[in-house]
Ligand binder design. Sequence first.
Ligand code: F6P
Length: 534
Amino acid sequence: MPDNNPNLLSVLCKNNSNPQEPTLADLFEDQPQRFQHFSKHWQQMLFDYSRTGLTSARLDSLLQLVDESGLEKWRRRLLTGEEVNTSEGRSADHCLMRTTKPEDSANILGLVIQVQRAEMLTLGASLYQGILPGYSKAITDVIHLGIGGSVLGPQLVLEALQGTNSGTVRVHFLSSADGWQVSALMAKLDPQSTAVIVVSKSFSTKEVKLNLQRLRQWLSTAEQGDATEQLIAVTSDYARAQAAGFSQQNILLFPESIGGRYSLWSAVGLPIVIRYGEAVYLELLAGAEQMDKHFSEAATENNLPVLAALVTIWHRNICNFPAVAVVAYDSRLRLLPAWLQQLDMESAGKSVDRQGQPLQHPAAPIIFGGSGTEVQHAFFQALYQGMDTIPVEFIGVICNDSELPANKSHNRFQLANLIGQADALAFTQQSSDTAESTNADPHRQFAGNCPSSVVMLDSLNANSLGQLLAFYEHRIFVQSIIWGNNPFDQFGVEFGKHTASEVEDFLRVKGASKTGCKPAELNSLREWVAERLD
Ligand code: F6P
C-alpha cells in the first residue's frame, strides 16, 4: 500500500462536503480568540491561518492525514540523504547543503559539500573585492547568467537584502533568451571589467548557451583572445563545462542530488557572496538550517511547514479551490511569487504518484501573485466579486530594516493594507439586515468568506529570509507526501524543450526552403512565422 493512501484524503473530502460553512465571519464571532488559536509565532516568523475554514476538529483530521501519509518516514529519508527522488533514484540534499558543518554529517556527501562550499566562498570573497584570480584587470560588474532555479533564488535574495551593507561590485541577472536583456547589459557594461557566471546544473539549457555565445563574443578582444579568464561556470556537470572551454579553476560544482529549484544553498548562491560577503551568505544558510531543525523536531501541531501544507490541502482538495494568489507587501520580496511558482508548480505540477499510478486528488494549485499594494489595483477586483474563490497568501514585514523615519509611514501603510485586505476578503461588509440587503445595489455586494493565510516576518534579513525560503521548501515537500507525487523531478519541462527545438530547426531551415516539411508543418503557425522571418 503506498504511503499516500488516497482514501484518507477521499474520506476527508467526503466528511467535509460543505467546507465553506461556517463562514469565516461566523468562526470569528463564535471564537473571538481565533487568532491566538490559529496562528503560530516561531523565531522571526508568524504564520496566521485564522482566516481559513479550519476548526480544531478539521485540523485534527488533517494532522492525522499527514501522519498516516508517512510524514515521519519521508522526512527522515529527506534529512538523512536517503532516496526521495524516486523516479530518478536520487536523494535530495538541499538541507545538507546549508548545514553549518556538513563535514560532520553521517552522509559522506557532507565532505564533498564542505570542499565545494569552501571553493565557492574563496572565489566569492575575491570577487567581492573586485579581484578575479587569473585575470589582470579589476572587476566592477558580474553578470549572473541562468534560468529557472539557476537564477530565481539568487535574484530573489539579492533584491530581498538590498538594505544590507554591500560591496562595490554590481551583480546583473540575465535569463531571457530574446536578446533584449543581453543587448542592454552589453550596452551599459565594460567588457574589460565584467565577469560572467554561467549557472546551469545540466550545462545544456539552450537559453543559457544562446546568451553565453553572445557574451563570449562581447568579452573576446584581440589582446585577450577568448576571455576564458572572465568566465565562471557553476554546474553539476564538470565535463560539459570543461568541454565548453571553461578553465578548471573557474568551474564551481554542486551535487547532482541538488534540484535546480532547491540549489540556492549551493555554489548557485555565489552572487550573494559577491554582493554582500561571506557572513551574510552564511547567515542565510543558518536561517534555513534553523527551519530544517524546526521542521525536523517540532510536533506536527506546532510545525509551521506542516500547518501551512495542511492549509493548502484544505483549500486545494477539500474546498476545491484550483488557484492561490501570493502577495508580498514588501517590494524587496517582489520576486517571491515567481520563485514560489517554480518551487511549487515544478515540484507538484504532477499527475502520477511515486509508483506511477494516477493521482486520486489534484496536486499543486495554480500559483500567481505579485506585490502589494500594486496588485490591489490589478486582480483584487476578481478576488472580491469574481465567481471563483481564490485563497490569498499574504507575506509582510513588520520592521522595515532599511527603515528611515520617513519610511515608517510607508511601512505602516503596507501593513495596514495587508491586514485590511485580509479582513475585507474574509468578512462580509454588509449588515445582515434583510431589508437593507434586498435594497442594496447588486453591483456593490461583496460575498466575503475568501480565505487567506499570513506570513509575517519580524524583520527582513539574511536569517529570516533563510527561514522563510526553507519554510516553503518543506511545505511543498509535506504537500507532496499527502498527494503522493515526487517533488524532485520535472520531466514535463524537459519534454517542452524538445518540441521547441524541432520548431527552431524548422524556422531556421525548412521554413525557408520548404524542403522535407511534414504535412503538419505546412499551413501552420510555424510556416506563417517562418515566411516573415528574414
Ligand atoms: O525548468 C526546468 C529546469 O530544469 C529547472 O528545474 C532548472 O532550474 C532550469 O530548468 C535550469 O536548468 P539548468 O540549471 O540545468 O540550466
